[in-house]
Design a protein around this ligand. Structure first.
Ligand SMILES: [Mn+2]
Length: 219
């Protein structure tokens, strides 16, 4: 299966538009993966106003992707606080699709920003990750990168995630969050892809899951 992985669209519909146009031409891509921070930061006085504005972004984004007629999987990042529709099977934590059973979401964060239940510290992360089933066939979709792997000194990845990669040896690890560290690296036995777009570049990776072949996509 060929997948297109991207991250950190941050509610920029021009960026998503470029991705949609690209994928239209690429019938070989079966699945689109978004590693979080999909909606925008908006000015707000009350938290619900931010949730509502991001919910609008989320609906618009879904509508744009729906026209492609491909499978989509997404997770939320540290900037996403909108309430995902309960019936939304594209949201990886809700997905029950048998062909996608190897995909594992990690939405936990090792810092606090909005006080959501996904946030915490490294100890919380370690506790939470210990409850997730991960093996050599797993394809992790995470917002945060592992510590010292496609992260930076300012935006540090997670040590607990790094330990999970070392111990469980998942097949792939897709992430974003650290915009400047778009890239691919082998960490222990796992290919780690940071798929983050930045303020000026729309980008991602095409990965053929069966054989590990990958293609960098800069739009
Ligand atoms: Mn982020």
């Amino acid at each position: 299966m060929k997948v297109f992985v991207t991250s950190d669209i941050h509610g920029r519909f021009d960026v998503l538009g470029k991705i949609v146009d690209f994928i239209k031409e690429r019938e070989d891509i079966e699945l689109i993966i978004l590693c979080g921070d999909i909606t925008g930061d908006h000015l707000y006085r009350y938290f619900y106003e931010l949730e509502d504005q991001q919910y609008e972004d989320y609906k618009k984004l879904k509508e744009m992707l729906r026209k492609l007629n491909r499978k989509v999987l997404f997770i939320q990042g540290n900037h996403d606080v909108f309430n995902v529709d309960k019936e939304d099977n594209d949201y990886l934590p809700n997905c029950k699709d048998e062909d996608l059973k190897n995909f594992v979401p990690i939405e936990y964060l090792n810092f606090s920003m909005y006080g959501t239940k996904r946030e915490g510290n490294e100890e919380d992360m370690a506790q939470r990750l210990s409850k997730i089933e991960i093996d050599e066939n797993s394809i992790i979709v995470s917002h945060l990168p592992p510590y010292k792997c496609l992260d930076s000194n300012i935006y540090k990845g997670s040590e607990a995630i790094r330990k999970i990669v070392k111990d469980k040896k998942p097949a792939y690890f897709f992430c974003g969050h650290v915009h400047a560290e778009f890239g691919v690296k082998k960490l222990y036995n796992t290919y780690v892809f940071n798929a983050a777009c930045d303020e000026t570049t729309t980008r991602g990776w095409i990965v053929e899951l069966e054989n590990g072949k990958y293609e960098k996509v800069i739009l």
